[in-house]
Each structure stands twice: as C-alpha cells, then as structure tokens.
Design a protein around this ligand. Structure first.
Ligand code: FAD
Ligand code: ZN
Length: 470
C-alpha cells in the first residue's frame, strides 16, 4: 500500500480529495503571489484523524503542510514542493460560550468571524479583528499569532488563548486545553505552538478568552503635523482616557488621497489637508465620562498644536466611515499600481525616527517612489509600504524588491526592531532571517524544532532557516 493510500484510508472517503478542481484554490493564495502543488488534499474532521495522518507521515517521513483559511501573507500555507496538504476546514465545531467563565472552545477550522459572532450573541467580545476575519481560521490565527487593529488594548492572539489541543509530529495528541487564567505548573507549552506557523504541531482546537463588551466606543480622526506629533497625541490620549485607547492608527496624506480616489463612498472628513492623520478609538467606561475625557483630551491637543483638527464620530455609521478610510488603504494601494511592502516593528517611541531615517533611504534607491507608511503606531508596527513612482514601470520597480527590503530591514535592525510584526516569516522571509537574528536565537529555534519534529515533516522549509554549510 502506498503512503497516499494509507493516508486516504486513515480519513475515509469524505476526508480527502485528489480532484484538481477542488485542490486548485488550496495551492494558490488570493494574491496569486505563491503557487504550489500537492498530490493529496486531506480534510480530517477530528483530532483523531489528524493524529492518524501524522502517525503515518512521521513513520514514512512524509512532509505535510497545514492550511486553515489560506489568507496568510507569507506563503506558509502553500505546499511548494508537492507536500501533502492538510486542510483544517472540517475541524469546524464550536462549543457553547461559557458566559460565566467568559470562554469559548472552537475547532481549528472555525473562522474568526464565527467566534466573534458566538461571543457577540452572548453580549461578549472576542477582540481579535482582521480584515480577513470572514475567511481566516482560529487555528491559522493561533499558528501565526495574528495581530490586527485592537492589539493596543487586548494584545496579540497569544494573549487571547487559554488552552489548545495540538497533534504532535509523531501523531500523539497534546491536550493543553485548560481554561485557566493562571497556570504556573511548568513550561507554558501552548505558547511554543502559538506563532509557530505549522512547524511544531497541528493545532486542532483552542479555548479562547472573551471579554465584556464595552458599552461605549468613541472614534476620532485627527490631523497631525508629523509622526512625532502623533506619538505625542498617543501619550496624551492614553493619559486622558485612563488607558482606554483600543486603536491608534497612523495614516499619511497620500493614503487618504489613494482611498478617496479609488474607494467608492469615501471622503476626506476634514476641511484642510494635513501631512499625517491618526484614527483612534477608545472603548469602555461609562458614556459620559469616556466621551468627555476623550473630547477634552483632543481639544487640549488641538490647543497645544499637537493636532491641527479632528472629527469625532457622532454615530456608529460615522465611526464605520472613518474606519473604512483605514481599512481601504491596502486595496487603494493595489489600485494605484505596484507596491513593495514591509511589516515591521520598532519600539513605539522610535516610530518617528524610524520613518525619518528609512524613508529617504528608499527614495534614494527608487527616485520618485511614493512612501505609504501606515498602521498600528500604538503597537510600534508599521506597514512601511512604497508605491511605484507615478510614471514608473511596475516590473522594473518590483525587481528592486529585495534591494529595498534589505535596506529597510537593515535599518529596522539598527532600531532593535523586527522584520515581521504580525504576518510571520513563512516562505517569504525565511532566507533573510539569519541576517537579523543571532546564531544563538536561531540555534535555540532549531533545537525546539528538532525536539518537536525530529524528522522535519511539518511545514519543512518555512520559518526555520537551514544551517548554512560553508
Ligand atoms: P493560513 O493562511 O491557512 O495559514 C497560515 C499559517 O498558519 C501557515 O503557516 C499554516 O501552515 C499555519 N496553520 C494554519 N492553520 C494551522 C493549524 N491549525 N495548526 C498549525 N498550523 C496552522 N494578519 C495579521 O496578523 N493582522 C492583520 O491585520 C491581517 N490582515 C489581513 C488582511 C487581509 C485582507 C488578508 C488577506 C490577510 C491579513 N492577515 C493579517 C494575514 C492572515 O489573515 C493571518 O495570518 C491569519 O491568522 C491566517 O489565518 P488562516 O486561517 O488563513 O491561515
Ligand atoms: Zn496590520
């Protein structure tokens, strides 16, 4: 019996597909940037089936790539070398929300939007929020330690997971499904798997932390003269609201121009143009006190010249319109032509200096390039992007990707930053990782990988750079 036949047997007729039409959307991601191939798509519906699959893969040294919603941005979910592809889509059971303990248990294939909805139905909040939430899965969110727009207040996915169930490379099931807020009974093993991008084990289910839904949400769009002023505004508003900010997003003028030019139904909410903007949100508290402290804080900032103007949303619809400006930036950048993108983090206070230092370096490499640095200023995370020069030719611009990226990432390193704040390493950045992490750190990662996956069958070639032999 071949390995593929054994794998098919392990999951039964409903649990696999060899149909090229069914497989096609799984081996390519939505941007068409990465494309792979696989002889077999496995669709287990229980952790027992995942375990049976991995036992066979481990015994036979068969590599396997795990895929959730296929929304990852660094190619981690794509089988580039004909690996077996394991989709978690049928691990899609969601338990009842525990309203007293404020938790919910979900299979790895449950979408983020389904978890948000289940919490919302009980008047609770699951605060992870990404533009891909309709398709991405909880397993994928955990495997990538996803971020999004509310990290400032609630942390990354890592902070939202109480327990997980993982199938290890050898097929054994590691039950770390505890719904405990506190647990110091040894290594916190679940954290090893969070952010491991499918290289240490296959997450089959998770117990997630829910929060009280804030009564009040105040959203404002403020014009600021510079990133330094934006940083100052962040400090002022955190102090004014008693740390109630849940989002603080930096937007450059060019991004607002792109959005209002390309995205239907959007408009500049302020009268006069400004070089930079901030979209901020505060949630919680009692209405009068939060809204008042928020508005007094903003008025004070305008008085002191930290902000030049601001609009506070007067309704949910207005707040949604302001959020749409932020959420449409990526789409509008695409409509404007080619762009080179980075997902970097530096210490929050270093953001203005980083922008000032790195922008001219890229402008020198690509004359006429259009900088579009935006993102999660409150988390020290920028989508430090560049659109091709207006008159430029896109292929020639994109040919400079590696050169531009290396120049930017070298400056990130100078600032003690990270070359991946939220999207991960996957296949995209694995080759450059040794330039930015010490031998010691990489060796520790390799030792962990070897301990959990000694035969290197789980997502080989992703995240962990091979040891260079000279
Ligand atoms: P996939 O893409 O299927 O897989 C991603 C990685 O996780 C792969 O390495 C895969 O092997 C591994 N994996 C998946 N499931 C499992 C599992 N059960 N066990 C082990 N490994 C697994 N990301 C952010 O962090 N913040 C954002 O704001 C954000 N915005 C986005 C907006 C858009 C429009 C898009 C398309 C993507 C965005 N992303 C963002 C990236 C992406 O949505 C996240 O990385 C998401 O967590 C991936 O989930 P997924 O289920 O699609 O995983
Ligand atoms: Zn982001």
């Amino acid at each position: 019996m071949t390995v593929l036949d054994r794998l098919k047997d392990a999951v039964g007729a409903k649990g696999f597909s060899e149909d090229p039409a069914e497989i096609a959307p799984h081996v390519e991601e939505w941007r068409g940037k990465y494309k792979g191939h696989t002889p077999l798509l496995l669709k287990p519906s229980t952790s027992g089936e995942v375990s049976a699959i991995l036992r066979i893969c481990h015994e036979t040294g068969t590599p396997v790539v795990t895929q959730g919603g296929n929304t990852g941005l660094v190619g981690g979910q794509i089988p580039f070398h004909g690996e077996v592809l394991l989709s978690t889509k049928r691990l899609n059971k969601i338990g009842a929300v525990d309203t007293r303990g404020m938790t919910v248990t979900a299979g790895a294939g449950v979408t983020l939007a389904q978890v948000q909805q289940a919490a919302d139905d009980q008047n609770l909040l699951f605060p992870l929020s990404l533009a891909s939430e309709g398709s991405c899965t909880i397993g994928g969110n955990i495997a990538t330690n996803a971020g999004g727009t509310h990290v400032l207040r609630y942390g990354m996915t890592r902070a939202l997971v109480l327990g997980i169930e993982v199938v290890q490379a050898n097929g054994s099931v590691l039950d770390l499904q505890r719904a405990l807020m506190k647990d110091n009974s040894g290594y916190d093993l679940k954290q090893m798997f969070i952010g491991s991008e499918g290289t240490l084990g296959i997450i089959t289910a998770a117990t997630l932390k829910l929060f009280a839904k804030p009564d009040v949400s105040v959203t404002a769009f403020a014009a600021v003269p510079s990133p330094a002023a934006a940083l100052k505004l962040l400090g002022l508003m955190q102090a004014r609201t008693g740390g109630m900010l849940s989002a603080f997003e930096l937007i450059p003028r060019i991004a607002l121009d792109f959005v209002t030019r390309h995205i239907e139904g959007t408009r500049d909410p302020l009268a006069a143009p400004s070089p930079w903007y901030v979209l901020m949100e505060a949630t919680g508290g009692r209405e009068a006190s939060l809204a008042t402290s928020f508005e007094t804080g903003l008025a004070g900032a305008i008085n002191d010249g930290v902000a030049s103007d601001a609009v506070v949303a007067g309704s949910q619809t207005q707040a949604a319109a302001l959020w749409k400006l932020r959420e449409s930036i990526s789409e509008s950048q695409k409509r404007e032509g080619a762009s080179i993108k980075h997902d970097i983090a530096v210490p929050v206070a270093a953001i203005p200096d980083f922008i000032a230092r790195a922008t001219p370096v890229v402008q020198a490499l690509v004359p006429g390039v259009r900088p579009v640095s935006f993102g999660h200023l409150g988390d020290g995370n920028l989508h430090f992007n560049f659109n091709a020069p207006r008159s430029g030719d896109d292929p020639a611009f994109l040919a400079q990707w590696d050169e531009v990226q290396q120049a930017v990432h070298d400056i990130v390193k100078e600032f003690g930053g990270s070359i991946s704040a939220e999207h991960g390493i996957g296949a995209m950045k694995v080759a450059s990782l040794p330039r930015y992490k010490s031998h010691e750190e990489l060796d520790a990662m390799r030792a962990l990988k070897h301990a959990f996956d000694p035969k290197n069958i789980l997502n080989p070639g992703k995240l962990i750079p091979p040891v260079l032999r000279l």
